[in-house]
Design a protein around this ligand. Structure first.
Ligand SMILES: Nc1nc2c(ncn2[C@@H]2O[C@H](COP(=O)(O)OP(=O)(O)OP(=O)(O)O)[C@@H](O)[C@H]2O)c(=O)[nH]1
Ligand SMILES: [Mg+2]
Ligand SMILES: [Zn+2]
Length: 336
């Protein structure tokens, strides 16, 4: 395999001048399928990695191999999809690594939820991948153009396209968002049609899909593993299991990135620490923004502030330090 065609670039080359590398194409518990120059191999992780959860490999990672069978190191990621691990524990969970384009998929049926979409966009900003919103199941919608317009008021500056994976239209636009060797991932709730999109793009029933429950329109969590798929045009696509819940694990600054409209107004408020609730001279209140959007802005802020206070300060510092290192490296080594 030509490593450049599966995502290798100067950024990774600069991290690790010697050794044998590969990219994690599939991970199931302790077993990893790795793509290398000499083809596909199966590998496990070394004892050292096993004892350090911060270096566990995920799909999309570039890893260093020993004896073509043991993963001994994980190269620093260019981008990283993370959320808060579901449940009480306050820790992050990596969903995927080294994604260039994040297709946020939502169905234009009962799945459509602007508030959830805002959440996904904060995740996207935190990841550093380029987000694209896919409004799938447009065949079920009487006015897809209106849905696109509505979504654009939430996904500011982000491409929004309506597609129908079932009828096979709209998807021609997807490869245009990627260059050769780049990696995209499909994220969204179960039943949004992520795997159907993969199948349609490949023109092959490669991924299993299941109808949503009739009673409540929810998906059945059909896809259970994360895997990289080589696309005919020379890019890579990752199908991900549908998320049951998306609790954020992000720098609170990302909220202002995802809510650029609110943030821009907030900069004009009379008081710097304006809560945009009852202060005089509040530019946010004066603008008569959509009430739901404003509530969502407060809610995400409260959530991340709370998380920040809960998270182990040491861990938070580590995360920050790691990001600073990545940022520096990305600046020093533009892609190719
Ligand atoms: N009407 C319509 N149905 C679709 C479309 N795309 C997918 N579906 C249907 O939606 C159901 C769920 O699709 P999947 O592809 O399994 O959804 P998924 O997002 O991969 O779900 P998980 O793997 O559970 O996360 C299937 O019955 C699909 O046929 C579409 O564009 N229009
Ligand atoms: Mg699926
Ligand atoms: Zn204000």
């Amino acid at each position: 395999m030509d490593l450049f065609l599966i995502g290798w670039n100067n950024y990774f080359a600069s991290q690790c001048p010697n050794g044998r590398f590969g990219r994690v194409a599939l991970a199931s518990r302790e077993r990893f399928t790795i793509w290398t120059e000499r083809g596909e191999i199966e590998a496990t992780v070394s004892g050292k990695l096993r004892h350090d959860l911060t270096t566990w490999p995920y799909v999309g990672d570039w890893v260093v191999l020993r004896d073509d069978s043991v993963i001994v190191d994980v190269l620093p990621r260019r981008t990283e999809l993370v959320r808060k691990q579901p449940g009480k524990e306050v820790r992050q969970q990596v969903l995927a690594a080294n994604i260039d384009v994040l297709f946020v998929v939502t169905g234009l049926d009962a799945d459509y939820n602007p508030r959830r979409l805002e959440r996904y966009l904060v995740l996207a900003h935190e990841s550093r991948a380029r987000p694209v919103v896919l409004l799938n199941k447009a065949d079920l919608c009487s006015d897809p153009a209106a849905s696109i317009r509505e979504t654009r008021t939430i996904a500011l500056g982000i491409p929004v396209i309506a597609v129908s994976a079932l009828e096979g239209w709209g998807l021609d636009a997807l490869p245009d968002f990627l260059q050769k060797g780049e990696t995209a991932a499909l994220i969204g709730s179960s039943g949004a049609g992520k795997s159907t999109i993969v199948n349609r793009l490949l023109n092959d029933e490669r991924q299993r899909t299941t109808a949503v429950r009739e009673s409540d329109n929810r998906g059945r969590h059909t896809t259970t593993r994360r895997e990289l798929i080589l696309m005919p045009e020379g890019w890579l696509l990752m199908d991900l299991p549908g998320l049951r819940e998306l609790q954020l694990w992000a720098d609170p600054e990302r909220i202002d990135q995802a809510f650029d409209d609110v943030a821009t107004l907030a900069a004009q408020c009379r008081f710097r620490d304006c809560s945009h609730r009852h202060e005089p001279g509040c530019a946010v209140r004066a603008a008569n923004l959509d009430e739901g959007r404003l509530e969502s802005y407060y809610k995400l802020q409260r959530e991340l502030d709370y998380l920040n206070r809960q998270a182990d300060p040491h861990l938070a510092r580590e995360t920050r330090r790691r990001w600073n290192a990545i940022e520096k490296a990305v600046r020093r080594h533009p892609k190719r």
